[in-house]
Design a protein. Structure first.
Length: 54
């Protein structure tokens, strides 16, 4: 899959490398900003019972 994406990027090799890095950084940023915070509400491991006195 990654080879297919890399082969279909336009330009010479150096431009494809830069474009691939920018696309990877955008994907990581989107995951960190939107997907992971949304998923954390469904994670039961973040519920803490320490300090929850009666």
């Amino acid at each position: 899959m990654y080879g297919w994406i890399f082969r279909h990027l336009p330009g010479p090799l150096w431009l494809r490398i830069i474009t691939a890095i920018v696309l990877l950084a955008a994907a990581v940023l989107a995951l960190m900003q939107f997907v992971f915070p949304w998923l954390s509400q469904f994670n039961p491991l973040t519920d803490s019972t320490i300090g929850g006195g009666v």
